[in-house]
Design a binder for this molecule. Sequence first.
Ligand code: HEC
Ligand code: HEC
Length: 439
Amino acid sequence: MKSFWIITSILFLCILQMVGDHEYRGDDVSYTGGTPGFDETTGERRGGWDQESDVYSEDVKEVQDSKLLAVRRPVIPGSPIRGLTPTEFERFRLGREDFLEVETAEEGLGPAYNGTSCGGCHSIPAVGGTSTISEIRAGYKDELGNFTALYGGTLFHLLSTPPHRAQVMIPPEANIIARRVPIPLFGAGLVEAIPDDTIISLEDPEDSNQDGISGRAARIIDIGTTFPRIGRFGWKSQHATLLAFGADAYRNEMGITNALFPHELALGVDPEVLKLADPRPALEDVRERTTGLRGIDNFESFMKFLAPLERGPITSSVIKGDEIFKIIGCENCHIRQLKTGPSHNPLFDRKAVNLFSDLLLHDIGTGDGIPQEAALSTEIRTPSLWGLRFRRPFLHNGSAQSLHDAIASHKNEALSSGQQFLSLTSEQKSDLLSFLNSL
Ligand code: HEC
Ligand code: HEC
């Protein structure tokens, strides 16, 4: 009789385990309308969104009920921001699907491309993040130092679709070859909602306060609306909106032509050759019949609603490091908090954005030699430091393996704070690094 109960209990536990496994499938997104995801008592992840059947697990209701207790659950990387309406969540979900979709040549991939899905390069620590892949840009600089882009722009495509007629090779005349690493997209919708005027109010192109820092706002023309805007996305602040950046990436990273970038383009490849190599000469990103949405609309929704990463544990060393970050002038560029403008959408209405950036272009001596949109060859946009603990390697070209090396390469406009960093005691340095690793 005893063994009967033992066997029955084991069977029961196995069944529980199987049910559990079923609920955990595709566990990196949870519905945060009232965030499921963590078990309050054990701290373990649970429930969430079942990607295969597109249903939310039982947890959702439970968690919505427990919201009454005002328990704040941690946001899992890759989740949407809290408080989406069901329609917004559906847009986020569709966007996430497209963001992860691996494209083929029949669907328009190529003829020259760098990746088969957005997610391929934006995946660490979760969908929408970064990766260690780096891309190559190339161009030509004459004896006078003038930069000329070669035919097809500056982005070098590493791959091509068979029969590889449009395979890009770095042209022999290219004497500037630079690398760029991906930028994580967590919280991008909040960054998009920061008013142009906020960024303009931070710039000091003539360094009139004589602090050695002369950041410039990137005045660009938005390709989606043709209006003048302030760029904030990309290492060169080359775009102001997520729609435009997504469309640029769809054509330039994946070779998928779309309403904003309707023609194939590949560095150094003759347009005629490109035409012959393209099995789908018509526009490739078309509206989906069931939803009426284009791929570029879906990417925009996913990135817009993607939640920022939360801070790591705050220890006493982190608190001391935070103080040092202020004192040695890091915050002159890595501004802790900006605010979104007024918006009819409560998710974006005058919200604090703890990004640690002024979104301005600066010359800190790391420029890649390539001018792009409003940015000079010497300028790079201050990167946001939120989520820094999940990023490796550092700097636009991934040339710094450690935070120490990244900070030590701050020269020119950042010379003063770079030097102050180098003259910190080893204890102060380690506090500063703890702080940076808590972001
Ligand atoms: C081959 C790798 C690769 C693929 C594929 C890729 N990206 Fe990126 N992404 C990058 C790199 C590299 C950067 C930085 C580029 C720069 O500034 O020059 C970047 C930057 C971005 C940014 C700017 C973020 C910010 O805050 O500044 C957005 C937005 C973005 N990508 C969206 C997308 C979307 C949408 C797709 C799919 C259509 C995509 N990416 C596909 C590599 C990739
Ligand atoms: C004058 C403006 C300025 C100041 C002051 C400044 N930074 Fe930066 N910081 C930048 C820019 C611009 C970059 C991007 C450089 C690049 O990628 O080539 C950067 C990059 C970084 C990175 C790498 C981030 C990444 O995503 O790769 C870290 C970390 C960093 N800064 C920390 C600091 C710290 C700590 C201080 C204070 C000692 C500081 N910065 C002061 C402008 C500044």
